[in-house]
Design a binder for this molecule. Structure first.
Ligand code: NAD
Ligand code: ZN
Length: 359
């Protein structure tokens, strides 16, 4: 069992990481409001872990209302916020209720947003069950839903009361989803934790075998690294942009290949390979370090090549990406492993060479 305290402005909360901790009342008792509890989950996760969570809540004398959304990104909609609020109102839930998010990033994002807006804010407990949700979406307080005109376009910053990461839930996660989450883990090493990057190089086998200790190590380190960046820039003034390493190319790859072709982390993996290549072309990053990055991403079973399309297709998507300011594409590059920089000053010819090298 490991715990980590996240300090953000006035608010702080604990992230607890361990095997079987969904079943442990210790972590729930101090954070539930005095009213009733609602669990929001999805159709894949409910049959696997809902019973365990309900048993824990029952042991604390809490009956829970369960709202099960269809699994998938389409569930992250304003319609479902309306649906959740309808269930809570019908059940007579007031401001003293607690919403528990049991699932991946989709469930976490919509539940966090529902908690932020239901009766102007109720308690939220995050119980992430995908590696991505454990290492990324459960830290930072971003919550929200999609709009037909754009992903995550409606949302709020809202911190949970606590995050309970039961590493056993990863046993059932499909391999592709697991490796996709690993891309974000590798990202933290690259942007601000060179020691962690080296550890990943040395311990990749244990991580891929989902060894309990190794999982706890990568989740704790990733959450700490992300929290460090976020704490220094909670409302996204500047530094937080380094968390988008690999995402400028990655978002363009997701869009150009048609959403759903790649998982998010897979597109980010290719994006990180490209960002490392661009960094080396601009004489920021040494070739030996670029090679280490490529090797680790490949060894993690992640893709390293984007679909072969006209470079203009990718460039157009990069320009509409929200990080493009005044038509200039903003890149997160590396000076070295563990040391990122943000720049809008990249010659278009170098971007094109990088794209061509990895298609
Ligand atoms: P997801 O929630 O759709 O989960 C992926 C799939 O795995 C789903 O089919 C789900 O039902 C299934 N699943 C979940 N846990 C499982 C388990 N333990 N065993 C078996 N199957 C399981 O997707 P995700 O990758 O977790 O999250 C993606 C979402 O997270 C996106 O909407 C993205 O915008 C959001 N996100 C938010 C933040 C943030 O800061 N708030 C950061 C990154 C991503
Ligand atoms: Zn990401």
């Amino acid at each position: 069992m490991q715990s980590l305290r996240v300090e953000l402005g006035q608010r702080s909360y604990s992230i607890h990481i361990g095997s079987g901790i969904i079943g442990d009342t210790t972590f729930f008792a101090p954070v539930l409001s005095k009213g009733p509890v609602a669990i929001i989950t999805d159709t894949n996760v409910a049959p696997l872990y809902l019973q365990a969570l309900q048993n824990t809540l029952k042991a604390l004398n809490k009956d829970s209302l369960v709202i099960t959304l269809p699994a998938g990104e389409e569930s992250k909609s304003l319609d479902n916020i309306q649906l959740i609020a309808g269930h809570l109102l019908s059940a007579g839930y007031g401001r003293d209720c607690t919403l528990c998010a049991l699932g991946g990033g989709v469930v976490g994002d919509i539940t966090g947003f529902a908690a932020a807006v239901y009766q102007r804010g109720v308690a939220c407990v995050q119980i992430p069950t995908t590696l991505l949700a454990m290492v990324d979406s459960s830290v930072g307080g971003k919550t929200g839903v999609n709009h037909p005109l754009g992903k995550n376009m409606i949302g709020a910053f809202y911190q949970p009361r606590t995050v309970i990461v039961d590493t056993d839930t990863l046993d059932s996660l499909p391999e592709r989803e697991f490796r996709s989450g690993l891309a974000e883990v590798i990202k933290y090493g690259l942007i601000n934790d060179p020691g962690f990057f080296s550890w990943l190089e040395d311990n990749l086998d244990a991580v891929l075998a989902r060894d309990t200790e190794a999982l706890a190590k990568i989740i704790k380190t990733s959450c700490r690294d992300k929290a460090d960046v976020v704490a220094r820039d909670e409302l996204e003034g500047g530094l937080r942009a380094i968390l988008n390493f690999g995402h400028t190319f990655g978002h363009a790859i997701e869009a150009a290949s048609g959403y759903g072709h790649y998982l998010h982390g897979e597109a980010v993996a290719i994006g990180m390979v490209m960002a490392a290549d661009l960094s080396r072309r601009l004489d920021l990053l040494r070739e030996s370090e670029q090679n280490r990055i490529f090797k680790l991403i490949k060894a993690a079973g992640l893709p390293t090549l984007a679909p072969r399309l006209e470079t203009s297709v990718y460039l157009d998507f990069m320009k509409v990406d929200k990080k493009a300011e005044g038509g200039q594409i903003r890149f997160i590059l590396l000076n070295s492993i563990g040391n990122a920089l943000i720049t809008g000053d990249v010659p278009p010819a170098a971007i094109i060479q990088t794209l061509q090298a990895f298609m």
